[in-house]
Every structure is written in C-alpha cells, then in structure tokens.
Design a binder for this molecule. Structure first.
Ligand SMILES: [Zn+2]
Length: 110
C-alpha cells in the first residue's frame, strides 16, 4: 500500500537523541541528521532529501514535548559545563534554528 514500508531503518526518536541534537520549539521542530550532521526540518515525519545524504527519508519521531526537551537540554548543558571543570560560561541558550532557504533554492538542492 504505502511506498514507504520498505524503509527498515528505525525512526530517530527525539527522546533517544542528545537534547542538543534536537530542536523542539512549537514553531520549529528539527533534528541533526545522523548522516551529515546538519540540521534538518523533517517533512511529514521524515527527513527530506538533502544533497546525496543517505539519511533522507528516515522517519523522525518527536516524542517529547517542548517543555520536556527544554528541561533535558538544560540538564545536558549543566552537565557539560560541570564536566569542563571550569566556571560556567554563559550557556543556557538553546540552539538557534538554521535559516530556511528551501523555498527559494528548492530545485537546486537535490
Ligand atoms: Zn544528512
């Protein structure tokens, strides 16, 4: 029935990724692609095609709420700061969404 059923790869779950690899704002939900390390904004629950990256089509489950993600992100940042053993730098800002140029450069990316 569905042409996507052949994809045997397990979905990327937000709850299983590092908080810094996920972005879960109400307006922007993105994930760092495990194939190329770039931020990707999934479409219809899947990573869109981007370049020749083999991770295209990978299912992504955002199974955390924004509040849950922010909480774990804060903990991760605190742990990273204490692991460094130095004074806490000014961490605490979640990652900034990447600029989305896709509308303009659509056909040129594939
Ligand atoms: Zn990729």
């Amino acid at each position: 029935m569905s042409r996507d059923t052949r994809d045997q790869r397990p979905p990327l779950r937000a709850s299983e990724l590092a908080p810094s690899q996920v972005m879960l704002y109400p307006e922007v939900r993105a994930v760092v692609c495990p194939g190329c390390g770039r931020w990707q904004v999934p479409s219809h629950g899947r990573i869109r095609r981007h370049g020749a990256c083999p991770q295209r089509g990978r299912a992504v489950w955002f199974d955390l709420t924004t509040a849950e993600w922010l909480a774990s992100l804060r903990i991760a940042l605190r742990e990273a700061a204490s692991r460094r053993g130095s004074r806490v730098h000014r961490v605490g800002h979640p990652p900034v969404p990447p600029p989305l140029h896709s509308r303009r450069s659509r056909g040129a990316q594939g």
